[in-house]
Design a binder for this molecule. Sequence first.
Ligand SMILES: Nc1ncnc2c1ncn2[C@@H]1O[C@H](COP(=O)(O)OP(=O)(O)OP(=O)(O)O)[C@@H](O)[C@H]1O
Length: 314
Amino acid sequence: MTQLIQVEQLYRYYGDHCAVNNVTFTLEKGEILGFLGPNGAGKSSTMQMICGNLAPTSGQILINGIDILDNPKEAKRELGYLPEIPPVYRELTVDEYLGYCGKLHEIPVEKLASAVDSAKERCGLADVGERLIGNLSKGYQQRVGIAQAIIHSPAVIILDEPTVGLDPIQIREIRELIRELGKEHGIILSTHILPEVQESCTRVQIIHRGKLVLNDSIDGLEQQMRASSLVLETRQAPDFMKLYAIDGVQKIDDLGERRYRIFHDKDKSPAERVAEAAVSLGWGLLELTPERRSMEEIFIDITQHTPVMEEQVA
Ligand SMILES: Nc1ncnc2c1ncn2[C@@H]1O[C@H](COP(=O)(O)OP(=O)(O)OP(=O)(O)O)[C@@H](O)[C@H]1O
């Protein structure tokens, strides 16, 4: 695996206030990392340090092996960044704007046209090169924003809230584009939209009060979402003694109207044995559903018990 980002023991203080507290993580090629946190958690400070726009108090950041503090220019060549408000010039055509961005990234003149064409092609902009950016839909403007972030073929792309303000069709298209780009680059996606992480990302990281409190693959997250409860509905009231006798069953709540929530050991679902009991004892099985925790619930669980830090002004 190629490590595109290595962040080691990163700290950032504003006065006495520790906004980023001992953050360590990596980003591999092919990964799309969802970066989440409540307001004020330290996301922007972390992203700004990775992009080389904010000096860490201490710690190390390597972008594709290059230290951003020692060699900022070289390291930044490996980075493409789409801020929350895309830096597009409405009065330029797509071609003019991307050409300008290519020059800013010091792409040699002879390679500029092919770099613009390739960025347009990858972002679905091939037919709108001569259109004024200001006349494009918001979804297409966002594509232009992404095209400027990849024009210099960076190893890493950082996207800040890339689908905010888009309609559902545009959101789906941009997420598809992100997944496509994720195959060849490493991507960090900062977002407040939790389902976006499940849809677009391969890994998720939650920062809270400056510390990383979760760093897991989407598969690992799916495991956490598998709640340890079943909902049972029967035609006749079941025999609780028989239910409690089933291996793994911990507690049963009566939800009314012959519906019951059965809590069980995390790694031992008694679903099959509950179904067998319901059928063999003639309770009249109407429903037996494993319950899931939503990502919102996991996020709130992780972040609600520790209040977000007071805003501090430098
Ligand atoms: N220039 C600054 N001076 C002092 N404190 C700051 C400064 N910038 C950020 N902070 C504080 O550091 C903490 C982390 O801020 P940061 O902007 O990194 O959080 P965030 O997770 O990006 O929040 P949001 O989602 O609201 O942008 C907050 O408590 C914030 O008030």
